[in-house]
Design a protein around this ligand. Structure first.
Ligand code: AMP
Ligand code: MG
Length: 310
């Protein structure tokens, strides 16, 4: 679909309805969904076939929108003033009343935000009237798409609409800077040069990639969400002292259930919200078996990490 006002209106309608849409930004094409809707965000992971839940970048139409989503800082102000709109993503703590899905943060207390420098992307976010979560619009493991044809080749049969905005100008992903700690940290090199960011801040920025103690793959860079409670997986029932988290129609009545029908997309959408909720009162959580297929692989990956204690 070409990026006419009618095309953008149709894309915005799909986003508001909880569907996914591929759209151009100046970095790469994104696979976008309503960032405030758990089910819509879960669709992104389902369509990409991602084996794990990496946190996603939330795209906004202006700085005011970013400030409503995250705990804004002086450094964020400085970087946004100089590099937004543009290929720089800022990781910030979620605002106390943050309306975003917990799934976009993969259960973390932080969120990655970017204001893209692309007329079609801005128009889409504005017309949809909500922030749009979007990873690159390619199947998991494939290269990032920089034309609508790349998207069509990788995901064509899985997305209802690809907005064609021609080739992406930057063509590589955004630079990701973590502003949640005492010092800014480079999480991913990208479209804005690190040197330019260092010049803007008047300081050098350590890279998480150089850090021996942290895993190197980008998806692993995020500290993973771990509940306070001890987790036991593949539980058929709760033992003494455990709270059961159910899945599917065989779950005992009255139990918190990831999906009563056994729908993995629904379970993914509910995962972090329900874990957070149970974690408020439980000390041990027993999770019923979840099939290792489709989004079940990503759910189990996250649960296994959360269950691991060291
Ligand atoms: P992609 O959506 O594929 O462009 O990748 C997004 C990048 O931003 C990945 O490298 C993520 O690990 C990183 N990212 C997104 N959200 C967060 C977050 N809350 N904390 C740390 N890193 C994040
Ligand atoms: Mg990608």
């Amino acid at each position: 679909m070409s990026a006419t006002p009618a095309g953008i209106a149709e894309a915005a309608r799909l986003i508001k309805a909880g569907d996914v849409v591929a759209f151009p930004t100046e970095t790469v094409y994104g696979l976008g969904a309503d960032a405030t809707n758990d089910n819509a965000v879960a669709r992104i992971f389902a369509v990409k076939g991602r084996p794990s839940f990496n946190p996603l970048i939330v795209h906004v139409a202006d700085i005011a929108q970013a400030r409503r989503l995250a705990r804004w800082t002086d450094l964020a102000d400085k970087l946004a003033a100089q590099f937004w709109p543009g290929a720089l993503t800022l990781v910030l703590e979620r605002a106390a009343d943050c309306p975003l899905s917990l799934l976009v943060s993969a259960g973390l207390s932080s969120v990655a935000i970017r204001l893209p420098a692309h007329g079609i992307a801005s128009a889409l976010i504005t017309v949809a009237g909500r922030p749009i979560a979007a990873p690159s619009a390619n199947a998991s493991g494939a290269m990032s798409p920089t034309t609508a044809a790349h998207v069509a080749a990788s995901l064509g049969d899985k997305v209802p609409l690809i907005v064609d905005g021609g080739p992406c100008k930057v063509g590589v992903e955004s630079t990701v800077i973590d502003l949640t700690g005492d010092v800014p940290i480079l999480l991913r090199p990208g479209g804005v040069a690190l040197e330019d960011i260092e010049a803007a801040l008047g300081r050098s920025i350590p890279s998480a990639l150089d850090d021996e103690e942290h895993p190197k793959s980008p998806g692993m860079l995020a500290r993973h969400y771990a509940p306070r409670s001890q987790l036991r997986l593949d539980a058929l029932s709760a033992e003494a002292g455990e709270t059961l988290l159910g899945f599917g129609p065989n779950t005992p009545a009255g139990t918190t259930n990831l999906s009563t029908t056994g729908n993995l997309e629904e379970a993914a959408a509910n995962l972090f919200a329900l874990l957070h909720r149970l974690d408020e009162t439980a000390t041990k959580i027993a999770v019923m078996p979840i099939p290792e297929t489709g989004l079940g692989r990503a759910i189990n990956d996250r649960l296994r990490r959360a269950a691991k204690r060291d």
